[in-house]
Design a protein around this ligand. Structure first.
Ligand code: BTN
Length: 280
């Protein structure tokens, strides 16, 4: 049981999902334990709760269904059964020194996973994985791009020397006609790669992420991550508008070493540290 949002939730292991996950985890070196539930409020909340109780680095928490999924900027994250909602708990030293690179590393692990299954996707700064629409309808989200996946990394600082990060990943796989009005920019993998299964996605993504974690302390790691991220970032080179109190409009012209987006409005360059951008 866990007490979340004032309500008790009954936690039941989904044994078939657990088996699916264990089969992958047994070959990994940094992601070494797993929990797969039928239903959770939020896999991030569950991983954060376990972190407080001293859970070791390398845990993957998966839920077949998540009922109160959280996105960035206090947004909701909607999913349906068959989609992926997972969280991963990492602790120092399995976290890059430059913490702002962690969401980029996760995005690249997913991007490579999808590429190896046959789908070319891109990143939208800061934390979305997007794919070209297969219809003609532009949306206010990012024109002809659709959101396939979102990443929410939450960091806690248990003491002065150590960091714990919970990486949350939502990946849309199944058709969700009932969400078309609420999330018109949503893409579902089944419309692009109909033969790919949830197990395929989990295997490719977790294997890639496990390998990325092993490379955190290698020479020039940070520069290599930034270079790869920029190569795949569809935000760069486009006219964008920030969703801030005082919007900034200009060309997204770079990403700083600290992960901030650089926007050139024709007069000066602005660095955007948080939030979101749309096409101008
Ligand atoms: C975003 O696009 O704003 C980030 C979405 C992150 C959703 C995932 S689903 C698994 C994990 N648990 C949560 O409550 N949120 C993340």
């Amino acid at each position: 049981m866990s007490n979340n949002h004032g309500k008790e939730q009954v936690l039941e292991i989904d044994f078939s999902l657990q088996h699916e996950l264990d089969d992958i985890i047994k070959n990994l070196v940094n992601l070494t334990s797993s929990l797969a539930f039928y239903k959770l409020d939020s896999t991030n909340d569950h991983a954060l709760m376990l972190e407080k109780h001293g859970q070791k680095s390398g845990l993957v928490v998966l839920a077949a269904l998540q009922t109160l999924g959280r996105g960035r900027l206090k947004r909701q994250w909607h999913m349906a059964e068959g989609d992926i909602a997972l969280s991963i708990l990492l602790r120092t030293p399995y976290i890059p020194k430059n913490l702002t690179l962690l969401p980029m590393v996760v995005a690249l692990a997913l991007l490579d996973a999808l590429a190896s299954m046959g789908l070319k996707v891109s990143c939208k700064w800061p934390n979305d994985i997007i794919v070209q629409a297969n219809d003609e309808m532009p949306t206010s989200y990012f024109g002809h791009w659709r959101k396939l996946s979102g990443i929410l990394v939450e960091n806690v600082f248990p003491d002065a020397q150590n960091i714990a990060s919970v990486i949350g990943l939502g990946l849309n796989l199944t058709p969700k006609a009932h969400l078309k009005d609420i999330v018109p920019h949503m893409a579902n993998l089944c419309d692009y790669l109909p033969n790919v299964t949830r197990a395929d996605c989990l295997k490719h993504f977790l294997t890639n992420l496990d390998r990325e974690i092993s490379s955190f302390n290698q020479p020039s790691h940070d520069q290599k991550i930034l270079k790869r991220y920029k190569e795949h970032c569809a935000t760069l080179g486009r006219q964008v508008i920030t969703l801030l109190n005082e919007p900034i409009v200009g060309q997204a012209c770079g990403i700083h070493d600290d992960g901030s987006l650089i926007i050139d409005d024709g007069y000066k360059q602005h660095r955007i540290f948080a939030g979101d951008v749309r096409l101008a």
